[in-house]
Design a protein around this ligand. Structure first.
Ligand SMILES: Nc1nc2c(c(=O)[nH]1)N[C@H]1C(S)=C(S)[C@@H](COP(=O)(O)OP(=O)(O)OC[C@H]3O[C@@H](n4cnc5c(=O)[nH]c(N)nc54)[C@H](O)[C@@H]3O)O[C@H]1N2
Ligand SMILES: Nc1nc2c(c(=O)[nH]1)N[C@H]1C(S)=C(S)[C@@H](COP(=O)(O)OP(=O)(O)OC[C@H]3O[C@@H](n4cnc5c(=O)[nH]c(N)nc54)[C@H](O)[C@@H]3O)O[C@H]1N2
Ligand code: SF4
Ligand SMILES: [Mo]
Length: 715
């Protein structure tokens, strides 16, 4: 038996774990790593199930090739040859424009996804790049991109020092936090209250997070930008602004906020005007305060405006970039620094003309691109760590579309509802066989922190996921060969640009480790940059290294044309009229929202027996008033413009009347995963509508979906 430590790769909280391993490298037990300076021993039920996940008999251990409806295992060479053949044919018969790539959520967690995603995109040579980002946080990135010039410069609430936290559309007691990397989020919230601070939660449902807060305010789904605008309105009207940064656009914001008085938005938001005025005053008067808004506000029709207004308030109250406010992490291994200001719409999607954001097209238009004939129709699909059939709006449309493509290859642990359409599946190794570094998530951490977890079990004759993606990139580029060539090219380019360091000094057992060493050494704390960080130092400190509390980063981090914070970016301002016209629109009687469950992880952890069942089931949560009024007894039929489902209901007065909640990630089909299929549930994205997106970011709309709900017809 041996003990090893590593970072949990399962959610954004990046908890340190202590594992005991058998002699044949099986995980025997998982505990929180008390010596991790960031997570200090915190662990949740998912992290504790890491061993079960690695041992799941349905997890693929060999490449799979589909022949009609049956699967057979294949050697790696055979599988890669089939990929070369399949992609090659699509390119030869059509063109690279007929290829599409979908990158799912775990790419934000894996080294492979972070280091080899870009080379894969370049090698494919197509603009049909899709990811879970446009079903998630793209609005935050677009808003940050326009305000700060860089979509990766995302402010996070300084949880450990703030005196006042206003939280909208986030439920970290179930999700463990998002775009705010904070292990033991619940403990950090309790600490705010313990030190005399205040936590306010705005949510159409009284969640576990709301129960822990000082105050919970119900809001009608999709109404957050109205509430936030009204807060801005009060800040100006009562002369409560205290801007302490070099900012452009204050007058424009003041003018834009004028129509959104607390009285004008009260009916649309369901929030009393007096409450709105009080919230604005509290934010302004708190010694320090932060507004934080997450998925509930992103996956809505005006997601980008909501995210913009969050930081407008943080700026106006003097809280952006100051301790206790909303700050920017300074990660140890950052991506290359941007030189030009961010913009969107450098190209548009073929079928619907939707603007590109961060080099991607909206996932809400993938089915259009596959189904619509013409030059550039998608005929070859690559997916990496994703399940858009369950996770994207109008999922069943994607299901049907994928069944028709000429060739599809997926990199995934499972045959799932999406990868079942692949011709070839390439499985990544187990978690314990993979190195782990949180390139993406540590850029959104509430403390500066760094930790590397080397593989703790040998790979045997399997390729690492990094090697899989690098080889896929080489094949897509037309020259199969040693995947190290991809790394060497990048290393040489980075060294050349940095103008410091030597290739010979880099250490690492793989291309990924060598590149991590390079990024650490040239990063802000790096050995080649006046500091002392390197891969060796992280290997010597396996519990991670605390790099201190967040420090002010502005104006150095700004990449705006003006060099100042842009409070009123024209593209955002241009959408305010549309928002305003929504104030007078008739609202649907019932709307759908989602919810997350502590023991789920989007669509992919329902195959672990210890995690499904009990409270973790797929039900439609409804207020008892609605259940009575609509005559529902047990199951209900729920319909939207996109589709229809029959689903068991669960009565709860924690949800507003007129709002119903269905979790996503369910709707498992037979022949994919045995345990998950036995707890199938329904696909919430049957109801969400891919024809509606947040116009500025192309993001999917999952919250505030108009639906009708009724009893199941008898007979
Ligand atoms: N256990 C678990 N953890 C997860 C995941 C998981 O599936 N399960 N998924 C991970 C991923 S990919 C992400 S992105 C994060 C997300 O992390 P969070 O953003 O914390 O996500 P949720 O827990 O879904 O909380 C969203 C909240 O928004 C509320 N809401 C819905 N509509 C509205 C609205 O219009 N306005 C407001 N103000 N609130 C609204 C919902 O009721 C819900 O309480 O979680 C991550 N962690
Ligand atoms: N209605 C509704 N829909 C939603 C949401 C919502 O709140 N409501 N939330 C949205 C959000 S925030 C997100 S992020 C998306 C998620 O959307 P997706 O990323 O498309 O879906 P996941 O279920 O996370 O699928 C992850 C896949 O990666 C595989 N996987 C896990 N680990 C690894 C690994 O190490 N390597 C590889 N190659 N594969 C791996 C899993 O087996 C699984 O098949 O869903 C979105 N969909
Ligand atoms: S909170 Fe997230 S990172 Fe921490 S143990 Fe649970 S799943 Fe892993
Ligand atoms: Mo997500």
């Amino acid at each position: 038996m041996t003990t090893a430590t590593r970072t949990c790769p399962l959610c954004e909280a990046v908890c340190g774990l202590t594992l005991t391993l058998s002699d044949d490298h099986r995980v025997l037990s998982v505990k929180g790593d008390r010596d991790d300076p960031f997570s200090k021993g915190f662990i949740c039920p998912k992290g504790a199930s890491l061993g079960h996940l690695d041992e799941d008999p349905d997890v693929l251990t060999e490449p799979m090739i589909r022949e009609g409806t049956t699967w057979r295992s294949a050697t790696w060479d055979e599988a890669f040859a089939a990929v070369a053949d399949g992609l090659g044919k699509v390119i030869a018969e059509h063109s690279r424009r007929s290829l599409a790539l979908y990158l799912g959520n775990p790419n934000a967690h894996t080294m492979a996804g972070q280091l080899y995603g870009t080379p894969l995109i370049r090698a494919l040579g197509t603009r049909n790049i899709f990811s879970a980002s446009t079903a998630d946080q793209m609005p935050k990135q677009v808003a940050s991109g326009f305000m700060f010039g860089d979509p990766l410069t995302v402010a996070v609430p300084d949880l450990d020092r703030t005196d006042y936290l206003l939280m909208l559309g986030a439920n970290p007691l179930e999700s463990n936090g998002s775009l705010c990397t904070a292990p033991d989020f619940p403990g950090r919230l309790k600490a705010i209250r313990r030190r005399g601070g205040k936590v306010v939660v705005i949510d159409p449902r009284r969640t576990r997070t709301a129960n822990l807060a000082d105050e919970h305010v119900f809001i009608k789904p999709g109404a957050d930008p109205y509430l936030l605008f009204a807060i801005v309105n009060v800040l100006f009207a009562e002369d409560l602004t205290a801007v302490n940064l070099d900012v452009d656009g204050i007058d424009e914001v003041r003018a834009a906020a004028e129509p959104f008085t607390p009285d004008a938005v009260a009916a649309r938001t369901g929030v009393d005007a007096t409450v709105i005025v009080r919230l604005a005053r509290e934010l302004a008067e708190a010694k320090t305060a932060a507004v934080y808004a997450r998925i509930g506000t992103c996956t809505a029709e005006f997601g980008t405006l909501a995210q913009w207004l969050v930081d407008v308030i943080n700026v106006l109250t003097g809280n952006l970039d100051r301790p206790g406010g909303a700050m920017f992490a300074n990660p140890a291994a950052p991506p290359p620094r941007r030189t030009r200001p961010f913009t969107t719409g450098r190209w548009t999607s073929r079928v619907r003309g939707l603007p590109e954001t961060m080099g991607e097209l909206p996932i809400a238009t993938l089915a259009d691109e596959i189904e619509t004939p013409g030059d550039g129709q998608v005929r070859g699909v690559v997916t990496v760590a994703g399940n858009p059939v369950l996770s994207a709006p109008s999922g069943p449309r994607i299901d049907a579309a994928l069944a028709k493509v000429d060739f599809m290859v997926s990199v995934d642990r499972y045959i799932n509802e999406t990868t079942r359409h692949a011709n070839v599946i390439l499985p990544p190794p187990r978690t314990t066989q993979s190195g782990h570094y949180d390139f993406a998530l540590l850029a959104f951490a509430v403390r500066n922190y760094t930790r590397y977890s080397p593989p703790i079990a040998p790979l045997g004759d399997r390729p690492s996921e990094s090697e899989i993606l690098a080889r896929l990139a080489m094949i897509a580029g037309g020259e199969d060969g040693d995947p190290m060539a991809v790394d060497e090219l990048i290393i040489a380019g980075t060294l050349h640009k940095a103008g410091v360091g030597n290739r010979a000094d880099l250490i690492g057992n793989s291309g990924a480790e060598l590149r991590l060493d390079l990024m650490l050494r040239t990063g802000p704390y790096g050995e080649w940059n006046g500091g002392d960080l390197s891969l060796q130092k992280l290997l010597d400190n396996p519990h991670g290294i605390d790099l201190g509390p967040l420090q002010p980063q502005l104006p150095q981090r700004l990449v705006t044309a003006s060099g100042r914070v842009e409070l009123a970016p024209p593209k955002l301002l241009d959408d305010v009229d549309r928002l305003r016209s929504g104030l007078d629109q008739q609202q649907p009687e019932i709307v759908l929202i989602g919810r997350r469950q502590l023991r789920s992880n989007n669509s992919w952890m329902h195959n672990v027996g210890t995690l499904v069942g009990g409270s973790n089931k797929c039900t439609l949560v409804m207020n008892p008033i609605d259940i009575d009024r609509l005559g529902i007894d047990g199951d209900a039929v729920i319909k939207s413009a996109a589709g229809e489902l029959t689903v068991p209901t669960e009565a709860s007065d924690a949800i507003m009347p007129g709002v119903v909640s269905l979790p996503h990630g369910w709707g498992h089909v037979g022949g994919t995963r045995t345990v998950a299929a036995a707890h199938a549930g329904v696909n919430a994205n049957t109801l969400t509508d891919d024809s509606i997106v947040d116009v500025l970011s192309g993001n999917a709309v999952f919250n505030g979906v108009p639906v009708t709900v009724g009893p199941v017809a008898v007979g």
